[in-house]
Design a protein around this ligand. Sequence first.
Ligand code: ZN
Length: 252
Amino acid sequence: MKKIGLISDVHGNLHALLAVLAYLEKEQVDEIWCLGDIVGYGAFPSECIEKVRENCSIILGGNHDLAVAGKISFREFSFDAAVAGEWTVKRLNDSEKEFLASLEPELLVKLDGRSVLLTHGNPANPIWDYVFGRFDVQRAAYAMEEKGVKVNFLGHSHVPSIGYVRNSEVELEVCRPGETLTIFSQEYDAVLFNPGSVGQPRDFDWRASGAVIDEDGLVKLFRVEYDVNAAAEAIIEADLPVFLAQRLKSGS
Ligand code: ZN
C-alpha cells in the first residue's frame, strides 16, 4: 500500500504549509491528498495554490476555494471570512481562479482496493456542512451508506477527529498528535477521519495539523510547529481582519 500524506484547510497560510510539506517529505510519503480550502483567511493564497498543485496528487475544493472562484456565494460566510474572501478574489489571477473553479468538493478513490470517499465537509453536504458532533456523524454515515463506502476522509471543521458508527454506537473523538488509528477495520460500519487544519487549527493547539496513512493502513496524526508570528504579521500587514491573525496564535 502507498504511504499517503493527508492535509486540509491550508487557508493561505504559507508558513504552516511549508512546515507540513517538509514534515511529509521526511516521512517519505508517496502522495499527498488535500481535502480543500487552500485559500481564504491567510495572506498567501497564490503561493499556497502553487505549492499545493506542485505537491498534491489529489486536491478537493472547499467552500472558500469555490466562493473565491465565483462558483458559490459569500452570503453564507461569517463576516471575517467574507472580507478575507473578497480580498483573496482581488489577489488571484484568472488562471488561479480557473484552477479553483475546477475543483470538486467530493471524490471517490481507491486505496489498496478499498473505496474511500474524500470530501471537504460532511458527506451529506460536502461543500457546507460540518461534522462537529455525533448527530453529524450519523448523518454522514447515512450518506456514506448510500454511496456504498465505509471510510471517509474529510476536513472543514479544522478539528482533527475520528467519528465512527460501530454496532449502532455513534462517536466523535478529537485526535491527539502521535495517536495511531486503525480506521480500515472491519469492526466499523462507518468511519470518518479529519486530519485537522494546516493553516488555521481550531482545537486550541496552534501547531499545523495533518496525518500520514502508512503502508499498513494505520493513520497517524501529527502536529508541526511553524513561524506563527510571521503568518499572523503578514495577515495584519495585508489589511486582513486582525482577528484572523489573533486566532492563529490561540488555535481557535
Ligand atoms: Zn476551512
